[in-house]
Design a protein around this ligand. Structure first.
Ligand code: CTP
Length: 472
């Protein structure tokens, strides 16, 4: 038997162990903590399985560790957890769990150790380490999870139809673990997910988005998205992405497969950023291409306005999945809307005013926008690849220079509306907005510098043109 004393060499495990000895309770560390220890991955979440009342035991152990620890109890699930030092420790009584076919909540009924282990999602998550003093550190691996860890594959402990019917989210979890751990999902599982995929509809959006975020935060999200596509789940969750699949050909003219292109862009961006929302922007940057696709006899395939269409679709998609509709969504929308802007700049001899307008429109997202555009370079032509990157490097340099000089990011008009009103003795009216707009345009064009003195002079000139008197 493998001994994993090293995995549980923490005072908290000794406390749990001695509590269980005194009270004659069997208890084990299970699930993700064991899996991650064996994979040499750091884990701060510890799941403790006890043969008894998990909530009561959690409260007693928390008290014996420190009187001040707050225990959070989930009565519906019969679980309780508390934070201790760096760890979050969750206690659950062994149960034979069953879910009614259309409910999202389990019916909790206490069970044996084996019954509890059997009803877990994957073999790699079904391993346990004993905390009982007599067998402290022994690995109990009823379903050969170790073999799956070695072979980098995901399988279910029971017939997958039972495991997935118990909780359809597990279909998505299988794919999420594959993406996070760079594992494969067994062919049998893929087939069964394909059969059961529509059952994902009973799962709450919140749980689905949680898994999608974890796939997006993995090193190579294309592993997850390819599997989502292969199993048919993607159609239920993000049809906007499956709609990008395929290559049309008319009169010998083809366009690229925007689904695979998107996955390439996504994997690329993951090499440069951990920012979840920038990764979402990479995933969604081309979604407007499906509804805007047209064939023009003269110029071939076009996707006119796909950025604008795409940014509208971002809102609908976030709303449907009950994702935040706050500044995160607006950030993703902005990146999708502006995703082609730097490309145009990189192709021309870029002027200062074009760069100023880019900074003005993108504001704080300008660096992320550049990162997205660099990730968007997926050409297999080496010299083109080099040239595009070089062009973007020049645009980035120019952004820094223009910024130092002109301070355009988070642009604040140097002359306020109140000052315009005071100078020309005006009541609120359209003229104020039009003078402000002329000042902003002159700054962005580079006709005047972004400072109070130059803006003031221009304001007087604009006023004169409009026949206004400054009272002097
Ligand atoms: N589990 C399960 N079915 C689920 C969710 C969880 O069987 N739908 C079991 C698995 O044994 C899992 C454990 O509960 O290992 C803990 O679940 P969770 O914390 O969600 O997953 P971890 O495996 O800990 O992985 P991560 O923290 O990355 O989500």
């Amino acid at each position: 038997m493998t001994n994993l004393q090293q995995a549980i060499k923490l005072p908290v495990f000794e406390k749990i162990s001695s509590y269980c000895k005194e009270n004659n309770i069997e208890c084990y560390v299970v699930g993700g903590y064991v899996r991650d220890f064996l994979l040499k991955r750091k884990s701060k979440d510890i799941d403790v399985l006890v043969l008894g009342n998990g909530i009561e035991i959690a409260k007693n152990i928390a008290r014996s560790l420190d009187e001040k620890i707050q225990v959070t109890v989930f009565n519906t699930f019969g679980t309780a957890y508390f934070k201790y030092k760096d760890f979050e420790i969750e206690f659950v009584g062994a149960r034979k769990e069953s879910y009614s076919s259309n409910s999202r909540n389990p019916i909790v009924e206490s069970g044996t150790f084996k019954e509890d282990i059997d009803r877990r999602d994957f073999k790699i998550n079904s391993m346990a380490i004993s905390l009982h003093p007599k067998s402290f550190g022994d690995l109990i691996d009823l379903h050969n999870g170790l073999d799956d860890l070695e072979n980098c594959v995901i399988n279910t402990p029971l017939d997958a139809v039972i495991t997935f019917s118990d909780d359809p989210l597990r279909m998505l979890r299988a794919i999420r673990f594959a993406s996070q751990l760079n594992f494969s999902v067994s062919e049998k599982l893929i087939r069964i997910i394909n059969e059961l995929k529509s059952r994902i509809e009973i799962v709450t959006n919140e749980r689905i988005v949680d898994e999608l975020n974890k796939i997006l935060l993995s090193d190579t999200p294309s592993i997850g998205f390819n599997l989502l596509e292969k199993t048919g789940l993607l159609d239920f969750i993000l049809p906007e992405i499956t709609n990008l699949k395929g290559i049309d050909e008319i009169e010998g003219q083809k366009h690229k497969d925007n689904f695979y292109h998107t996955l390439e862009v996504l994997d690329n961006i993951c090499k440069s950023t951990e920012n979840l929302w920038l990764r979402w922007a990479a995933l969604l940057h081309d979604i407007g291409k499906a509804p805007t696709k047209k064939f023009d006899k003269k110029i071939g395939w076009t996707f006119h306005g796909h950025e604008f269409e795409g940014s509208k679709m971002v809102y609908k998609l976030f709303k449907r999945l009950k994702m935040p509709l706050n500044e995160k969504m607006k950030y993703v929308q902005k990146l999708v809307l502006m995703s082609s802007r730097p490309i145009v700049l990189a192709q021309n001899n870029v002027t200062d005013s074009a760069v100023r307008r880019l900074i003005f429109d993108a504001s704080d997202a300008v660096d992320d926008l550049m990162t997205l555009c660099e990730a968007d370079i997926t050409t297999k032509n080496k010299s083109r690849f080099k040239r595009y990157h070089e062009n973007f490097r020049l645009v980035r340099e120019k952004i820094i220079k223009v910024e130092e000089k002109d301070n355009i990011r988070n642009f604040q008009p140097p002359i306020t509306g109140a000052e315009i009103m005071k100078t020309f003795n005006l009541k609120p009216c359209k003229t104020i907005g039009s003078i402000k707009e002329s000042i902003k345009e002159a700054i962005l064009e580079g006709d005047i510098e972004n400072n109070y003195e130059e803006a003031f002079k221009l304001m007087i000139k604009e006023g004169e043109k409009l026949g206004l008197s400054d009272g002097k």
